[in-house]
Design a protein around this ligand. Structure first.
Ligand code: SAM
Length: 436
C-alpha cells in the first residue's frame, strides 16, 4: 500500500500506522508480526514515536467499527463506497481525536493527510476527498455523542450476535465484545528464584509504578500504571519476570504437580506455561513438549509434530493441552479478533481441539490427569468438546480443581469446569480430567 522511501523509510508516524493497519485489516496479517516488522525496520523512530504508533494502531483496532459508523453517518455515504485505504486514514484520524489525549484536532487532521500522502494509492483526487471527509467529520458537533452511541449499537455487534448465538448468551456476547474497548492491565509473573514478589512490588513502587499482587494467583503482579515494557526491564531483573496474563498463570497450579511427575505439554507454543512450571519445579519434573511449530531453544524434550495424530511410546502423570482456539476471551489484548470471528472459524477450531484431545487423551496414565485449556468460552470449543470426549472415553471423569481463591470458585460450573467469563476483561476455560 505504501511507497517506500529510499532507505525503505516512512517518515510520518501516521503513514507507518496506516501501513501496519492495512497489513492487519486488509491483508489479514498477524498484528504482532506487522507491528514488529515496521517498528524494527523504521530505525529513525524515537521511543515516543513507537509508543504513539502502537497506541494509534491498537485504538483503531479497538474502535474501527464505531469509527466506520460515525463516518457513514456524517458523510451520509455507505462505507463500502469509500476506498479502504482512505477509510483507514479516516479511522486513524478519529483514533487520535477521540481516544488519544493531548493531540490537537488540527494536528491529527493535518498529520494524517501528510501520512496518507506517502501512500502508493494516493492521487490528488483521493487526497482531496480525505481532506474534505476529515474536516466534515471532525468538525461535526455531535461526534462525541455518536462515538458513545455506536459503541452500544453497530453492525459488528449484530454480526457477532448472529454468529455466536448458539455459542454464548446475549449478555456474554456483548460483555466479551465490550472488552475489545479496554486496555488490559499488564500482568507479569515473578520468578521467586530471582526476586521475591514483595521486593519486586517495592521496586516498582519506588520507581513510581503503581502495581499490586494478583488476587487469584500467587507470584503474579498487575501493573496499574501503563508502563512501557522497556522501562520494566530497567527496573526488574530480566530473568525475574515474564509477561503472562493472570488467567493463563492458573494452569501451572490446577495441574497439582508433584516431584518426579512426567508432564506432557501439548501445543506448547512459546512454552510460556511450561516455562512457569519449570520455575516452580526447577529439577523435579520430566517435561516433554509438542507443537506443530519449530522451537529453537526448547525447555525439556521437544517434539515438533501434529498432535492430532502423533504416536508416543509412554504415558504421563499430567498432560497440559493448551489448545489452539478462537481467542475470543482475549479481545482486550487482541481486538482485531472481533473482525475475524465467525461461526465457521469456531467450528474449525473446535474440530482441531477435539482431534488433538482424543488422540492425546490415551497418553494419560491411569490415575493421571489431563488439563484442557482454551482462552475462549464458546460452547463448541469448551463444554461440548469435553462432553463428547467423556462419552467416547468412559475411563475419564471431570475433577473439581483445588483452588484457594474464593473469587475463582465462583466460576466453577455445576459440571466442575472452570469457565471464567470476563475476569479483568479476560475469559478462559479449564477442564481437569482424571483417568480412572
Ligand atoms: C494457545 S497456543 C499455546 C500457547 C502455549 N501453551 C504457551 O504457553 O506459550 C496454541 C498452540 O497450538 C499449536 N498448534 C496448533 N495446531 C496444532 C496441532 N495440530 N498440533 C500441535 N500443535 C498445534 C500452535 O502452533 C500454538 O503454538
Amino acid at each position: 500500500m505504501i511507497i517506500l522511501h529510499p532507505m525503505n523509510e516512512l517518515h510520518n508516524t501516521r503513514s507507518i500506522a496506516l501501513s501496519i493497519l492495512a497489513d492487519i485489516l486488509i491483508k489479514n496479517h498477524s498484528r504482532d508480526e506487522s507491528l514488529k516488522r515496521y517498528l524494527s525496520t523504521e530505525k529513525h523512530l524515537s521511543e515516543q514515536d513507537r509508543a504513539f504508533i502502537f497506541n494509534i494502531v491498537m485504538n483503531t483496532l479497538r474502535y474501527k467499527e464505531v469509527f466506520d459508523e460515525i463516518t457513514e453517518k456524517i458523510l451520509n455515504r455507505p462505507i463500502q463506497h469509500i476506498n479502504k485505504d482512505i477509510l483507514l486514514a479516516i479511522d486513524i484520524a478519529l483514533a487520535q481525536t477521540l481516544t488519544l489525549d493531548n493531540i490537537p484536532l488540527y494536528a491529527s487532521v493535518f498529520e494524517t493527510i501528510e501520512g496518507y500522502k506517502e501512500s502508493k494509492n494516493r492521487n490528488s483526487r483521493s487526497i482531496g476527498f480525505l481532506n474534505y471527509a476529515l474536516r466534515r467529520i471532525t468538525q461535526n458537533s455531535s461526534i462525541d455523542e455518536l462515538f458513545a452511541q455506536y459503541q452500544n449499537q453497530n453492525r459488528l455487534i449484530q454480526k457477532l450476535q448472529n454468529h455466536l448465538c448458539d455459542e454464548l448468551s446475549e449478555k456474554e456476547i456483548i460483555g466479551i465484545y465490550k472488552t475489545s474497548f479496554q486496555r488490559p492491565r499488564t500482568a507479569i509473573r515473578i520468578n521467586n528464584k530471582v526476586i521475591d514478589t514483595n521486593d519486586a512490588l517495592k521496586e516498582l513502587h519506588n520507581n513510581g509504578i503503581s502495581a499490586r499482587s494478583s488476587e487469584i494467583v500467587a507470584n503474579a503482579i498487575i501493573l496499574e500504571t501503563d508502563t512501557p515494557f522497556a522501562r520494566l526491564y530497567e527496573i526488574l531483573p530480566a530473568e525475574g519476570f515474564t509477561f503472562q496474563s493472570e488467567l493463563s498463570q492458573l494452569a501451572a497450579y490446577l495441574l497439582s504437580l508433584k516431584k518426579g511427575y512426567s508432564l506432557l505439554d501439548v501445543c506448547s507454543g512459546n512454552q510460556i506455561k511450561v516455562g512457569q512450571i519449570k520455575e516452580l519445579f526447577p529439577e523435579d519434573l520430566e517435561i516433554t513438549s509438542i507443537d506443530i511449530k519449530k522451537n529453537h531453544r526448547p525447555i525439556g524434550r521437544y517434539i515438533q509434530a501434529d498432535a492430532r495424530n502423533i504416536r508416543l511410546d509412554m504415558q504421563f502423570d499430567r498432560i497440559l493441552l493448551d489448545a489452539p482456539c478462537s481467542g475470543l476471551g482475549t479481545l482486550a489484548y487482541n481486538p482485531e479478533i472481533k473482525f475475524r470471528i465467525n461461526r465457521e472459524s469456531i467450528i474449525r477450531h473446535s474440530k482441531i481441539q477435539y482431534q488433538i484431545l482424543s488422540n492425546i487423551g490415551k497418553y494419560t496414565k491411569q490415575g493421571g490427569r489431563l488439563l484442557y485449556s482454551v482462552c475462549t468460552i464458546t460452547g463448541s470449543e469448551t463444554e461440548k468438546n469435553i462432553m463428547k470426549f467423556l462419552e467416547e472415553n468412559r475411563e475419564f471423569e471431570i475433577i473439581n480443581p483445588v483452588m484457594n481463591s474464593s473469587i475463582l470458585r465462583q466460576y466453577l460450573t455445576q459440571e466442575g469446569f472452570l469457565r471464567i467469563f470476563d475476569y479483568n476483561n479476560n475469559s478462559f476455560f479449564y477442564a481437569l480430567l482424571e483417568r480412572r
